[in-house]
Write a protein that binds this ligand. Sequence first.
Ligand SMILES: [Zn+2]
Ligand SMILES: [Zn+2]
Length: 295
Amino acid sequence: MRVTLLGTGCPVLHPRRAGAGLLVEAGGTRVLVDCGHGVAQRLAEAGVRIADLDAVLASHLHTDHLADLWTLVVGGWHQGRTRPLRLLADPAVERLARGLESAWAEERAQRLAFERRPNPAGFGLEVEPLEAGRRLVFPGLEVEAVPVDHRPVEPAFGFVFRAGRRILATSGDTRRSEALIAAARDCDLLVHEVFVHRALPIVPGVRESATIAAVGSYHTAIEEVGPIATAARARALLLTHIVPPTADPGELVLEAGRGFAGPVIAGEDLLSVDLATGTLAWRGLAARLADRTGG
Ligand SMILES: [Zn+2]
Ligand SMILES: [Zn+2]
C-alpha cells in the first residue's frame, strides 16, 4: 500500500501546499481522499489519471477539501472515463455535489452536444452515502470511515485503510479524536492534521485572537499530535493539512517528536510513503523510515 500526499495545505493559499487531498494505492486500486484546490493538478504531476480512480472519499464539507470536485468530473471525462466519477459523501457533501451538477448543467449540456466525445456517461457524478463505520471493499484494499470531531462541521471522517497486513490511518480535519485513536490502533502510518498556534499571529483586519482561538479549537495543535500517535501505537507519523502552510517543517518534526518515539515526517505535496517497504519518496529523493524505538 502506498499513500501520496497531493495537497498538504489548508484554505490559506500557498504555492507549495495545495488544498487537502491524498491518494491511496494498493492491489491495483486507487482511492482519492478529498480534492481541495490544486489536487487535480497534483494528481497530474503524480502521473495518475483521474479516469483510473476507483472512488473519491469526501471527509467533510469544507472548501479546502472539495474545491476540485467538478474538475475531477470534467477532467476524467476528457481522459476517457466511461462511467460517472464515484463519490462517497455525507448528505451535506451530496447536496454540494448536486448543486455543482445544477450550477454547471448548461455548460455540461453544451459540451456533450458539441464535443461529440464517445464516452458521454463519463461526464457525471455518482454519489453514494458515507456514514460512520461504513466499510468499503476494493480489490486489494479495504477502508473504514471513522467519525472524527470537527464540530460544528458534522459529520467529519477520518479513514483507516487496510491492505494485507498494512494499516494506514488518516485523520481528516479534527480536534483530538478518541474514535480515531481507537480505529488507528497499531497502524503502520498515521497521517494527521496539525495546527500551529505560534505561527499564526494576530493580523488586524485578517484575524483576531478570537479567530485564532475558534479555528484552532476544531483542529489539532502540533503539541497534541505526538501524544495522539503514541496513544494509537502508530509506527510512524506523517503531518499534513499544515495550518498555517508557512510553518517551518523542521520545527514541526521536533515539536511532534517530543510526544512520539517513532519517525515523524513533515508532509510535502507529492511526498509518498510505501507502507510495505517503509520507504518514503519526494522529488527524486528516497529514504527509509528509521524506527527510533529500535524495534
Ligand atoms: Zn481543512
Ligand atoms: Zn475542515
